[in-house]
Design a binder for this molecule. Structure first.
Ligand code: SAH
Ligand code: SF4
Ligand code: F3S
Length: 477
């Protein structure tokens, strides 16, 4: 029998977006593997290529169309190759994807990730197709990414989607338009899932949602009670406590909490549950009250700083990171000066800083009369980078001399003789190890050096071995 008839089909999923998008990619890969497909080594070797897209900023759009252009010669040469465009940009652009790249086989949205394998198979038999649903189907397995068996890249760490969509209306943001309304997953289903993951050897879970602090608000009483003895009105804090209490779970992370909904209960759970990591990602967006109001963020700079102060006072050794947008329409020099002040006062460990990008369909995209000129934005962006870098370096330098518990994540990309891992504060640590250490092993590292984005150190002891089984590679030919 010839190899082409016999060998399993190979897939490649490229992720362009955030953790939710990455988690969706894992679910797509999980379905393909359930159908007997195997991962491809690279694009040239793949029979199915999925581009799981993002549209949060304009360059995310451009990246997709650039990649599609680059794939066209391969598709022309090999009509059996299937190209799938999924994710947020597919949801937003719909027919435009096919107009710009008619050779795409499947266009699918954010609400039908669970159908990826079926759609690929159908397109193989029937030809190109598009399936975009306008809202989530109210069924646990389809709405919530984690409810289907995903193919995880990391075996010791897993994402758990606790809510999908977003009910806020930040003026700059496309997410509610492409991910729909906020839907929380029932409490006990989530706890069960964390237990299943722990049984599988997972020791670290990251709870995912666009606004994790509002978790549970939309759950009906029946859902709240579903399955028995869970809390009647679960809060995000209850989820943190329940996840931390699962046997085998050593670390619980989460992203993102909206500052307006950061409740004292969440801070208390972070402070009291040792498994909950000492890291808070609290997106500021702007330090100017005028701009925050125009963005509809629901807090002032002072309220933000006040919540941060409380979190720092209660949670021992807390690292704080943020997202900031530069050049929101109408942002003046004074507004931006406030952003610099608040960023300096917040003393971030790191910050994702973004140049404002108008997204058609959002409120801010209509504010064209007050656009900030590109050269002004570029100059502000650089000034903000300097302020953030200053506190990041200071806060990293303050770790030198400490002993940190680190989860091994694998060899460093630049130097394979060096291992990288992460601390509870989510800081990357590079350290040498004479013995091989499995990914997912917990070790202690004495921190000897610091840069703005990572720490360096010396390995001390192994605290806990990795618990997961090593995946046995599937023969691909
Ligand atoms: N739900 C999260 C944010 C998800 S989007 C939250 O509210 O915290 C991640 C980040 O992208 C946002 O925090 C924001 O800083 C940035 N972002 C979103 N839309 C943007 C736009 N139109 N231009 C530039 N940055 C944007
Ligand atoms: Fe976007 Fe705001 Fe929702 Fe975050 S909270 S996803 S920024 S609308
Ligand atoms: Fe995430 Fe991008 Fe969609 S940030 S939710 S993949 S628009």
């Amino acid at each position: 029998m010839s190899e082409t008839v016999d060998r399993p089909r190979r897939y490649l999923v490229r992720t362009f977006g955030c953790q939710m998008n990455e988690h969706d990619s894992e679910r797509i890969a999980g379905q393909f593997e359930a159908e007997g497909m195997v991962p491809a080594h690279d694009e040239d070797d793949a029979d199915v290529i999925v581009l799981n897209t993002c549209c949060i900023r304009e360059n995310a759009d451009n990246r997709l169309y650039g990649t599609l252009g680059h794939l066209k010669p391969r598709k022309d040469a090999d009509p059996d190759l299937q190209i799938v465009v999924s994710g947020c940009l597919a949801q937003k652009d719909r027919d435009l994807v096919r107009e710009r790249a008619p050779y795409v086989d499947v266009v699918m949205g954010t609400h039908n990730v669970h159908r990826a394998a079926d759609l690929v198979e159908r397109a193989r038999r029937e030809g190109p197709l598009t399936e975009i649903l306008d809202a989530a189907v109210a069924d646990d397995a389809t709405t919530f990414p984690s409810a289907l068996p995903p193919r995880r890249d990391q075996q010791h760490a897993a994402w758990v989607t606790i809510q999908v969509g977003c009910d806020n209306s930040c003026a700059f943001c496309i997410v509610p338009a492409v991910r729909g309304a906020e839907i929380s997953r029932p409490f006990l289903a989530l706890v069960d899932e964390v237990r299943r993951l722990a049984d599988d050897g997972v020791t670290e879970v990251t709870l995912l949602g666009q606004n994790v602090n509002s978790y549970g608000r939309d759950l009906t009483l029946a859902e709240r009670r579903a399955g028995g003895d869970g809390p009647v009105r679960p809060l995000f804090a209850d989820l943190l406590r329940a996840a931390g209490a699962v046997d085998g779970i050593r670390r619980v992370r989460f992203t993102s909490p909206h500052p307006k909904d950061l409740r004292p209960e969440t801070i208390a759970a972070m402070a009291e549950v040792p498994e909950v990591c000492n890291h808070l990602h609290l997106p500021l967006q702007s330090g100017s009250d005028r701009v925050l109001a125009a963005m509809h963020r629901g807090y002032t700079a002072e309220r933000y700083l006040d919540r941060l102060r409380r979190a720092r006072a209660e949670i021992d050794d807390l690292a704080v990171t943020t997202d900031i947008i530069v050049g929101f329409p109408g942002e003046t020099d004074d507004d931006f000066a406030r952003t610099l002040e608040v960023a300096a006062e917040a003393r971030y460990d790191s910050a994702y800083t973004f140049i404002y990008s108008p997204r058609p369909g959002t409120e801010a995209a209509t504010m064209t009369d007050v656009e900030v000129p590109a050269d002004v934005i570029a100059e502000r962006f650089e000034r903000l980078r300097v302020v953030v870098e200053r506190t990041a370096v200071e806060r990293h330098a303050a770790r030198v001399g400490r002993v940190e518990e680190v989860t091994v994540e694998g060899p460093s990309r630049k130097d394979p003789s060096v291992l990288t891992g992460r601390t509870s504060q989510n800081k990357l640590v590079h350290f040498a190890s004479e013995r091989p250490l499995r990914v997912g092993t917990y070790v202690t590292v004495a921190v000897t050096g610091a840069a703005s984005h990572h720490l360096r150190g010396d390995l001390m002891d192994v605290v806990a071995p990795a618990r997961h089984r090593t995946r046995i590679p599937v023969a691909s030919a």
